[in-house]
Design a protein around this ligand. Sequence first.
Ligand code: KG4
Ligand code: ZN
Length: 336
Amino acid sequence: MRILGLETSCDDTGVALYDSQVGLLAHRLFSQVDLHIDYGGVVPELASRDHIRKALPLIRAVMEEAHIVSSEIDGIAYTAGPGLAGALLVGAALGRSLAFAWNVPCVAIHHMEGHLLSPMLEPDPPAFPFTALLVSGGHTLLASVGGVGHYQILGESVDDAAGEAFDKTAKLLGLGYPGGPAIARVAQHGTPGRFQFPRPMTDRPGLDFSFSGLKTAAAIAIQKLTLNEQTIADIALSFEEAVVDTLATKCKRALDETGHGRLVVAGGVSANRRLREQLVRMAESRGVHVYYPRPEFCTDNGAMIAYVGYLRLSAGQSEPLAFNARARWRIEELTH
Ligand code: KG4
Ligand code: ZN
């Protein structure tokens, strides 16, 4: 079975072809970072328009690279949410129309399910059940995963997502967008211990997160100082450490609760090296194996959508001619 996957939920146009026998045949990504950089964040209308410009050329490029013609494609998967409504509509309309034209089934994919199952594309995929930490620009959540479509949320952010906190703090530091990679880059030159930021909600039981207080603590520190290169690096390091510590503490607690021997970490922030290292240390000391997607599949991509599309279409799921785009959509709603 060969599935074409389309991802247009935010500021990346991702396209991929997945073959159930061979694996990933080809994938392409166009990042809109340069388009939004002057605005310090994603401008939804610009994002939608650019998805329209890039999606078809990327689909052609992926099919050419894989030496696949339309009659060899058995189904189409597109990200239906959550995300920016206009951006989602581009992928939804295009995916559904292509499926109609090619007379193949089409399926609407939950973006976070794509992230969640993205480590399955790696050579050593995790078996079920596992505990998952999903950390992206829009979401921070811990889930107990029993199988495809069996997701129990253990905890989530009550305000900002971890990636959002990175992005907002980077903006205050004048580091630009996207903030996570920028903070990680300058933090390498930071002085350990110069600033002490809180580890929110780690001093009380539970698995929920809150990152807005941490962002405010960084904002207050920034206001009091004259920023120079070293101070920016020092704040970036302390901020990164605070986010990573907080995520690691909650993961440890979640593993205590579930008793799982496997931890999956996915979503844009899972590309963070310090986070990976700390989670591996924490997990290995308890005999837990950590699974990640490769760095390019931590952030948004079409491969994860094509893969989940294959899982869902091969299980018999597909949708009627009407198409779907849901700006808000809780991953728990997928559990049947
Ligand atoms: O999964 P993703 O590409 O998009 C969403 O679904 O939101 O995640 C993007 C987020 C951004 O907030 C970005 O700053 C963050 O992931 N990010 C990182 C790193 N790379 C991307 N955060 C920390 N360290 C990184 N290396
Ligand atoms: Zn994402």
